[in-house]
Ligand binder design. Structure first.
Ligand code: ADP
Ligand code: MG
Ligand code: ZN
Length: 557
C-alpha cells in the first residue's frame, strides 16, 4: 500500500498535511465511517482524494453540484489523476464507457450527483465495480436542520448499502451545527469516535457588522475605495440588486463585474476567470457565486444584505483569505431583509417543523447582528465549539464604554409586561414610543400606563428591543407571529438587580421629534447641552448628541 504522505507529494505537490487531514485519511484507510467537519478552504477534498489513490478500486464522490464536480475533475486531471463525473442527465451511452474505465481501474474517482445514485439501473451497474470508499461532500445537505437540505441526499445510505463491495463512508462538511452533525452521523452510520472536527475559527478573518447605514451603496463604494487593488466579493440577495450595484460602482470607476444565475454560462465563466486572474478587482454577486472558486487572495467579502442563516454567511465570508493572510468580512444588516425572508418562509409550502428551523436560523442572524460580544466567538459557538474573543472584530475593537440603558429598558419591559405577551416587537415599539397609529386605540395600548413612556425615536426603540432580545432580557415565542415576553433576566432589570449596558452610542441622527416637539423639553435639553443643533426652520427635527436619547427618558415633558 502506498503511503499517503508519498501520494500527497507525488500527485498534489504538497509537503505536509493540514490540520485534520492526516487524521481523517488514517481513519478512512482503516475502513471506518468518518465525519469530517472542517472550515471552507481547509482542504476537505484531499481527505478522499488521497485514500482514492491509496485504495484499490474506485472511490465514489457524491456532490450536490455539477459545476463543483467539473472544477475538481479538471484539477485532478492536471495532477495526472483520472476522474469522471455522472449526473442524472448523462445519457446511457456515455455512462457505459465511464463505468468500463472505472471497472478497468483507469478511473480512480467517480463523481456522482445523489440523484444519479438513486437510479435503480445505475445501482445495478455499480455492482460490477470494486468501490472502496464513498465520499459524501457537502454532507449537511442530508439534514433538514442544515441550511441546504436536499431530499436526494436522504437516499444515499440506501444506495451505498446496495453496493456489493461494502465500501466505507466519509462525510464532509464545513458548516454543521451539533444537531446537523448528529443527524449526518445517524443517517450514515458514523460513530461519535469517528468525528474529526477541526477548529471553526478563522484566525486571519476579521468580522464586522454595520447596522443599516444611511446609504448602503455609498458605504460599499467608500469601503472598496479604501481597499484599493484588493480583490473582494460583494454579495447581495437579488439579481436586480447585483446589476444595480455593479452599475453604481462601475460609474464611479471601480473595476467590477457582476455575476448571477440569470447570466449566460459563457458570460459567467468569463467573469469568474477575470476575477481569478486579477483582471477585475471586485465581483458583485448573488450566492450563485463562489462554490468551487478557489481564489486564494480574496481580501474582503461584504454582504450588502444579510444571508438567511449563519451557515451560509460563514461559508460565503469564508471565501476571503484562503491564503491565510489578513482579510475582512463585513455584514451590512438591514432588519427589513429579515422581514422579507420571514415572509418567504411564511408563504412556503414546507411543513411546520421545517419552517420553525428556518425561523430559528433567521433569529440567529439577528442575534449575530446585535450581539455585543466577539463576532468570531459568536459564530464558533453557534457551531458548538468555543474560542477566545478574537480581539479584532468590530465588537472587540469597539472600545467605547458601555452605556447604562436600564431606564429605557425598563420602559420596554413594562410595556411588554402590560401587553402580557400578546404582541410582537413592532407593536411594542409603537406603543412604548406613543405611536398615534389607530391600531394603538384598537388594542387599547393608549390606555396602558407605559404607553409613550420611552422618549426615543421609533427606530432607536426597535434597535433597543432587538438588542434586548439578542441579549436575553426579552424573548419571542411563536414562529409565524412571534410575540414578545419578559425573561427572568428582564425581571431582574425591573427589580433593579441587573443593569442593562449597551456598547456604543445611538446614532447621532436627525430624529423626528414627533415624540415631543414640545418647547419645554427642548429648552430642558438645551440647558443640559444635550442638543447639538436644531434644523433651521424645521422645529420638528432636532439633532441629538450621544447622551440625549438617554437623558430624554428621564425628563418628563
Ligand atoms: P474545502 O473543500 O475544505 O473548502 P478544498 O479541498 O477545496 O477545501 O481545498 C482548498 C485549497 O487548499 C485547494 O487549493 C487545495 O489544493 C489546498 N490544499 C489542500 N490540502 C493542502 C495541503 N495539505 N497543503 C497545501 N494546500 C492544500
Ligand atoms: Mg469542498
Ligand atoms: Zn472579536
Amino acid at each position: 500500500m502506498t503511503n499517503p504522505q508519498t501520494i500527497l507529494k507525488k500527485y498534489f505537490g504538497y509537503h505536509e498535511f493540514r490540520p485534520g487531514q492526516a487524521e481523517v485519511i488514517q481513519k478512512v484507510l482503516t475502513g471506518e465511517n468518518v465525519l469530517a467537519v472542517m472550515p471552507t478552504g481547509a482542504g476537505k477534498s484531499l481527505c478522499y482524494q488521497v485514500p482514492a489513490l491509496v485504495n484499490p478500486g474506485v472511490t465514489l464522490v457524491i456532490s450536490p453540484l455539477i459545476s463543483l464536480m467539473k472544477d475538481q475533475i479538471d484539477s485532478l486531471k492536471q495532477n495526472g489523476i483520472e476522474a469522471a463525473a455522472l449526473n442524472s442527465t448523462t445519457p446511457q451511452e456515455e455512462v457505459n464507457p465511464i463505468l468500463r474505465q472505472a471497472y478497468e481501474g483507469k478511473i480512480k474517482l467517480l463523481y456522482l450527483t445523489p440523484e444519479r445514485l438513486a437510479m435503480d439501473y445505475f445501482r445495478y451497474q455499480l455492482n460490477f465495480l470494486d468501490v472502496s470508499l464513498v465520499a459524501v461532500d457537502e454532507a449537511h445537505c442530508i439534514s433538514q436542520w442544515g441550511h441546504d437540505f436536499r431530499p436526494a441526499y436522504r437516499q444515499i445510505l440506501e444506495g451505498i448499502n446496495s453496493l456489493r463491495s461494502k465500501p466505507n463512508i466519509l462525510a464532509l462538511t464545513a458548516t454543521a451545527t451539533p444537531a446537523v452533525q448528529e443527524d449526518i452521523a445517524n443517517q450514515l452510520n458514523i460513530s461519535r469516535n469517528n468525528f474529526v472536527i477541526t477548529s471553526f475559527a478563522r484566525p486571519n478573518l476579521s468580522f464586522k457588522v454595520v447596522n443599516s447605514p444611511k446609504d448602503t451603496n455609498k458605504y460599499i463604494y467608500d469601503y472598496i475605495n479604501a481597499h484599493n487593488d484588493e480583490a473582494g466579493i460583494v454579495y447581495t440577495n437579488t439579481r436586480k440588486k447585483v446589476d444595480d450595484l455593479t452599475r453604481y460602482l462601475k460609474k464611479r470607476g471601480v473595476s467590477v463585474a457582476n455575476y448571477h444565475g440569470g447570466m449566460a454560462n459563457d458570460e459567467r465563466t468569463k467573469v469568474q476567470d477575470d476575477f481569478q486572474f486579477d483582471r477585475v478587482q471586485v465581483i458583485v454577486a448573488t450566492n450563485a457565486f463562489g462554490m468551487g472558486i478557489d481564489k486564494s487572495n480574496v481580501r474582503f467579502v461584504i454582504h450588502a444584505n444579510s444571508t438567511k442563516n449563519i451557515e451560509a454567511y460563514y461559508q460565503e465570508a469564508g471565501r476571503a483569505g484562503r491564503d491565510g493572510a489578513p482579510c475582512e468580512a463585513v455584514m451590512i444588516f438591514h432588519p427589513g431583509d429579515l422581514a422579507t425572508y420571514r415572509w418567504f418562509i411564511d408563504q412556503s409550502e414546507a411543513d411546520d417543523q421545517y419552517k420553525k428551523i428556518q425561523y430559528d436560523k433567521l433569529h440567529a442572524i439577528t442575534e449575530y447582528a446585535n450581539t455585543q460580544s466577539c463576532l468570531q466567538q459568536f459564530i464558533v459557538r453557534y457551531f458548538g465549539q468555543d474560542t477566545p474573543a478574537c480581539g479584532k472584530c468590530s465588537n472587540c475593537l469597539d472600545q467605547r464604554k458601555l452605556r447604562d440603558i436600564s431606564v429605557e429598558a425598563k420602559s420596554i419591559i413594562n410595556m411588554v409586561y402590560e401587553f402580557d405577551g400578546r404582541f410582537g416587537k413592532s407593536i411594542v415599539a409603537q406603543a412604548v414610543t406613543g405611536s398615534k397609529n389607530k391600531r394603538m386605540k384598537e388594542i387599547g395600548a393608549d390606555q396602558l400606563e407605559h404607553y409613550g413612556s420611552l422618549k426615543l425615536p421609533r427606530k432607536e426603540a426597535e434597535s433597543m428591543i432587538n438588542f434586548m432580545l439578542a441579549n436575553g432580557y426579552l424573548e419571542t415565542v411563536g414562529e409565524q407571529y412571534p410575540v414578545v415576553r419578559v425573561t427572568n433576566l428582564g425581571w431582574d432589570v425591573l427589580d433593579g438587580k441587573k443593569k442593562v449596558l449597551r456598547r456604543g452610542e445611538p446614532k447621532i441622527d436627525e430624529v423626528k421629534a414627533n415624540l415631543s416637539p414640545d418647547a419645554k423639553l427642548f429648552n430642558a435639553l438645551k440647558a443640559k447641552r444635550l442638543i447639538l443643533a436644531k434644523e433651521q426652520g424645521v422645529p420638528a427635527f432636532m439633532i441629538f448628541n450621544d447622551h440625549t436619547l438617554h437623558e430624554m427618558a428621564k425628563i418628563k415633558p
